[in-house]
Design a protein around this ligand. Structure first.
Ligand SMILES: Nc1ncnc2c1ncn2[C@@H]1O[C@H](COP(=O)(O)OP(=O)(O)O)[C@@H](O)[C@H]1O
Ligand SMILES: [Mg+2]
Length: 471
């Protein structure tokens, strides 16, 4: 900044200081000129007096000019958002103006803080909404997007035009219609790449009294979830009705026999009723398994967040199944490595997983042998061709039982729904064929893996790998 020094004061060159001094001295100059012209005053005295008046005006005006300039700078810096201490002024009027400016400044700072807090809390409320919401301006530029919208469409949405965010022409046309006020609101369906998610969109202008640049809101609803639920429901009904047909026909066959030929045969009644009871319990197992499979599939896209102690769960599962093992003259040996870290996992699902594997080992293991469960930390998870597996350290849980080797053709199909080995069906071991399908879904949700090895010498070992942290 250019400064002209006048004594102890610093006054900016571009100020109107000199003009103001000259204007103030002008009446005196006119009076002196008239006096000189009329001969009342010698020109020499007139010039000296005029110079004296100019000097007087300069001395009188310069502090005021200086304070005005300081005030101007102070206000400019306040306006630029700088944090300012109170300024030191000597003139009373300047002090009064500074006080007024300060109180105005304080008022606006408080008001801005309140508005900011309101905006933050509005944004937080929008972020809690489960469906994506976008606010757009008159030119269809995105002004704001809630958390759900950012999850669906990616970060850095603000200031992007919707044309660059969506490639669905029907959506873009509908937005333009609303912005041009050709339509009061629009509803439509479109597909979002890359997975062709089916999305329902509702576009509505904001009411006229709403402030700010936002003029319309696009709310989206992810229909793919609803479509998925619909498919799960129809799968459930199809599977349940198919699988329940056999036990139901067995039960109704026995009922008919009991009503007719075996009417008075007490022995037959006893036998038939026990078969019917076991079919009924099979039916309830089946429904329960199918329901839990649907529930797990529905959660498939949600990553678990719980910190879970696998060894605790293993101890509880083993305790609950020990009696069943004793029924087959078997023992359960549980080997847990020291200092096992907790993992990120859904504890209820972990319990179900360990239960299904241990239950199978007891059911299909050699009578009189031991089931051996070992849990330890490993450096990585074997990769899978068909689903995503997390990188890094993991916990490996292996469940071993003795018994004949499972052939490769069976081995590759064990996790299929309803798949049961013929050998086991032949000897009458009951099961729904869903336990391993459920186990696989749980493992996939946790970005882990499941391997099975089987030999006549070592029996069958199912090994579950679960990452310590899911990325
Ligand atoms: N530990 C095991 N040893 C031998 N075969 C097994 C073992 N676990 C599972 N299987 C075979 O895999 C099939 C599917 O298991 P699962 O899905 O748990 O259904 P379920 O136990 O209800 O039959 C079983 O029917 C059985 O033939
Ligand atoms: Mg099973």
């Amino acid at each position: 900044m250019k400064i002209k020094k006048i004594g102890m004061f610093e006054i900016e060159k571009d100020s109107s200081f000199s003009a103001r001094v000259l204007v103030l001295s002008a009446p005196a100059a006119i009076v002196f000129m008239v006096l000189v012209a009329l001969g009342f005053l010698a020109p020499m005295y007139a010039i000296l007096s005029y110079i004296f008046i100019i000097l007087f005006n300069m001395i009188f005006l310069s502090p005021i000019s200086l304070e005005l300039q300081n005030l101007k700078k102070y206000i400019n810096r306040l306006a630029a958002g700088e944090d300012m201490e109170n300024m030191n002024l000597s003139e009373q009027e300047a002090k009064d103006i500074a006080d007024a400016v300060n109180s105005m400044h304080r008022f606006w700072v408080a008001k801005t803080d309140a508005l900011e807090a309101e905006a933050i809390s509005d944004a937080a409320v929008l972020d809690t909404l489960p469906d994506p919401i976008l606010m757009i301006d008159r030119a269809a530029n995105i002004l704001g997007a809630n958390l759900s919208a950012r999850r669906l469409l990616g970060d850095n949405l603000t200031e992007k035009n919707i044309v660059s965010v969506f490639d669905a022409n029907n959506l873009i046309l509908a937005v333009q219609k609303v912005l041009k006020k050709e339509s009061a609101s629009e509803n439509l369906m479109f597909y979002l790449p890359p997975n062709k998610q089916k999305i329902y969109a509702h576009i509505k202008p904001l009411p006229w009294f709403s402030k700010g640049r936002a003029v319309a809101v696009i709310s989206l609803y992810d229909l793919s979830k609803a479509v998925k639920i619909e498919k799960l429901q129809s799968d459930f009904v199809a599977n349940a009705s198919h699988e329940l047909r056999t036990p139901l026909s067995i039960i109704s066959g026995f009922i008919e026999t009991l009503q007719t030929t075996a009417k008075d045969d007490a022995d037959a009644r006893e036998r038939f009723l026990s078969v019917m009871a076991s079919q009924a319990s099979f039916m309830s197992d089946l429904i329960e398994n199918l329901l839990s499979l649907s529930k797990i599939e529905l959660l498939q896209d949600e990553l678990p967040t719980e910190k879970t102690d696998i060894s605790k769960i293993a101890v509880a599962v083993v305790d609950a199944l020990r009696l069943k093992a004793e029924g087959r003259d078997m023992g359960i040996v549980l080997n847990i490595a020291n200092k096992l870290p907790k993992i990120t996992a859904d504890s209820a699902q972990m319990k179900q997983l360990l239960q299904n594997l241990t239950d199978n080992a007891i059911k299909y293991g050699l009578t009189g042998s031991d089931v051996v469960i070992s849990i330890k930390e490993v450096l990585s998870i074997p990769s899978s061709k068909s689903f995503h597996v997390a990188q890094g350290k993991a916990i490996a849980i292996s469940v071993n039982n003795k018994g004949p080797k499972i052939e490769a053709t069976d081995l590759s199909r064990l996790t299929e729904r309803f798949y049961r080995m013929q050998a086991h069906k032949n000897i009458g071991i009951k099961g729904t064929g869903l336990g391993l399908a459920i186990a696989k879904q749980i493992i996939m949700r946790h970005r882990g893996n499941l391997t099975v090895s089987s030999s006549n010498k070592n029996g069958t070992t199912f090994t579950v790998y679960l990452p310590l942290k899911i990325k």
